[in-house]
Design a binder for this molecule. Structure first.
Ligand code: FAD
Length: 539
């Protein structure tokens, strides 16, 4: 007689429940628009997580923060292990399936980059895990985070150990894999480079369905391909990111300029100061605001809560726009008595309007999570889940004044209905082996046009998209050789131009790691039947 232990009975029960779940997926697949072959392939996957086929009930997977593009996938995978992701990719790779696969992090793209029309979306957020390692004395601390984890949670977990990532984005409700697929920049990038310059190791599922751990010394080509690779070479399932000691507090400063030359001169001066210099700041950004004191206007974001901006102090010579330098100086509680004096002396030689400086003290977490307050405010007004025709550009330093004249003071002189960021970055802090492309000069400016369309529909989304195109056209004819950051391009020709001399490397890497062009179809780089890929693979 067969006698089963309690453990064996439990194992059998679990097996039964799992088979029942897979069976459920099978039956729901039969009504989906998948081909019989794809239906059979996806249904027979042995998963720790689950896969669904009733996509209309998961609108989030077909949409993004941009709310302009919307493509329905045929299936959605909620992985519970890296193997789930590898099994899916391998199933598509090993058959002649036309399905394409998009990893979706937080879905904060603005142009459908994380969508897979008629394909499979992998909801990366269902695979969680963050582990901080303080390191032995003298060793670099680091954090290991799954690709779908949000930076806000990475920060929260790291701060429990008095540590924090060195380079972050302004907004932290973005996924680790999503920002590492672009670059991840903010006001700390001048010192530490973008987030992709702060990665020690990755775990990746390639377009061939292989799980590979890679680093600057192990499978280095894949490591650098994936960083800034727009999801084209592999799905980041885990990232090991370096950490540094977190300060307890920051002095957070905003200083207003009426003169663009003085503004950029000071920004460039500040980013050139070494970390250990006593006169360095820890975060340097900037923005453009409309010079108009209409009650609904843009002076508002400059003073901190409880402070006011006296518009009569703005010099009469100021043009249609003003410039705001935003800085922080980190400090600990025991420096509280001297921090004001320190900051005053650092600000004294700068060229802002002397009386138009605002500052406040904040905890490090409050500062890092600063955009979330704005999100809460906009959500209350119904202005968060609206279309976002954003555009981000990298403009070479030698052309930023011309850009100011043509774009900030002309095309955008009435504002953009949202933050208009402008701050310099230092190419020396970017690893040239990654997939990101930058302008040719060592210093270039990030220009972020973070606009939102109002629910009234005026101006229309289309007119804002057209204005973005006009900016690109005007810059091109003025000979301003800029690059798009988080590019939105729609043909292979445009991508070829974007990558310029790096195109052949990009192509070689695509052939090595995703030769069937399965991954990240929403970037619109390679059509499934891309003749370039076919031709290149035949060579
Ligand atoms: P998704 O939109 O989910 O995906 C983006 C792309 O990456 C897609 O092609 C997707 O397929 C791919 N992808 C997603 N996860 C993975 C993965 N694990 N492995 C491989 N590929 C993957 N950017 C900055 O640099 N600095 C900022 O300060 C900044 N602030 C922002 C503020 C807001 C409010 C928003 C909406 C965006 C901001 N961004 C900023 C842009 C942001 O970095 C990118 O849009 C980023 O892609 C968003 O991450 P996500 O997780 O939402 O990516």
């Amino acid at each position: 007689m067969l006698i089963l232990s309690w453990g064996q009975i439990l194992a059998l029960l679990l097996l039964f429940v799992r088979t029942a779940i897979v069976g459920l997926a099978n039956s729901s697949c039969s009504g989906s628009p998948l081909s019989a072959q794809d239906c059979a392939a996806l249904s027979s996957l042995s998963l720790h997580g689950h896969i669904t086929f009733a996509t209309a009930t998961s609108p989030a997977s077909s949409s993004d923060f941009g709310r302009i593009h919307r493509r329905l996938p045929r299936s959605i995978l909620y992985p519970s292990s890296v193997r789930d992701i590898a099994s899916l990719v391998r199933a598509v790779h090993d058959t002649s399936s036309p399905l394409r696969i998009a990893a979706r992090g937080a879905g904060h793209s603005v142009a459908g980059q994380a969508q897979a029309g008629d394909g499979v979306v992998i909801e990366m957020g269902s695979l969680r895990g963050i582990k901080v390692s303080e390191g032995k004395p003298g060793e670099q601390p680091y954090v290991e985070a799954m690709g779908g984890e949000l930076w806000i949670d990475v920060v929260r977990e790291s701060l429990k150990y008095g540590l924090a990532p060195r380079s972050l984005t302004d907004y932290l409700f973005l996924s680790v894999g999503g920002t590492l697929s672009n670059a991840g920049v903010s006001g700390q990038a001048f010192r530490y480079g973008p987030q992709i310059s702060n990665v020690l190791e990755l775990e990746v599922v390639t377009g061939n369905g292989e799980i590979v751990r890679c680093s600057p010394v192990d499978h280095a080509d894949l490591f650098f391909a994936v960083l800034g690779g727009l999801g084209q070479f592999g799905i980041i399932t885990k990232a090991k990111i370096n950490l540094e000691r977190a300060p307890q507090k920051v002095k957070w400063i905003r200083a207003l300029y009426s003169d663009f030359k003085a503004f950029t001169r000071d920004q460039e001066l500040l980013i050139a100061r070494p970390k250990d210099s006593p006169n360095s700041f820890d975060y340097v950004e900037g923005s453009v605001i409309v010079n108009n004191n209409h009650p609904s206007n843009e002076y508002k974001p400059i003073p901190f809560h409880g402070q006011t901006l006296n518009a009569s102090l703005i010099p009469p010579s100021a043009g249609p726009v003003l410039y705001c330098l935003e800085l922080t100086k980190n400090y600990d509680e025991d420096e509280s008595a001297t921090i004001d004096e320190t900051v005053s002396s650092l600000l004294a030689p700068l060229g802002h309007v002397p009386s138009l400086v605002f500052s406040k003290d904040a905890s490090y977490f409050e500062f890092l999570n600063r955009v979330h307050d704005g999100e809460i405010r906009l959500r209350k007004k119904g202005l968060w889940d609206v279309p976002h025709p954003w555009m981000n550009l990298l403009v070479p330093k030698s052309k930023i004044e011309e850009f100011d004249a043509l774009v900030f003071r002309e095309i955008l002189r009435k504002g953009i209905n949202g933050p208009l960021l402008v701050y310099p970055l230092d190419k020396m802090k970017w690893d040239s082996r990654t997939s990101v492309v930058m302008p040719d000069e060592n210093i270039f400016y990030l220009v972020g046009m973070l606009r939102y369309a109002t629910p009234s529909g005026v101006p229309s989304v289309n007119s804002l998209v057209d204005q973005n195109k006009e900016i690109l056209r005007v810059c091109k004819s003025a000979g301003i050789h800029l690059k798009q950051y988080i590019p939105q391009l729609s043909s292979e020709e445009e991508w070829r131009e974007h990558y310029g001399s790096s195109w052949s490397l990009f192509l070689r890497r695509k052939l090595a790691y995703d030769p069937k062009a399965i991954l990240a179809p929403g970037q619109n780089i390679f059509a499934p039947s891309s003749s370039t890929l076919k031709l290149s693979s035949a060579l």
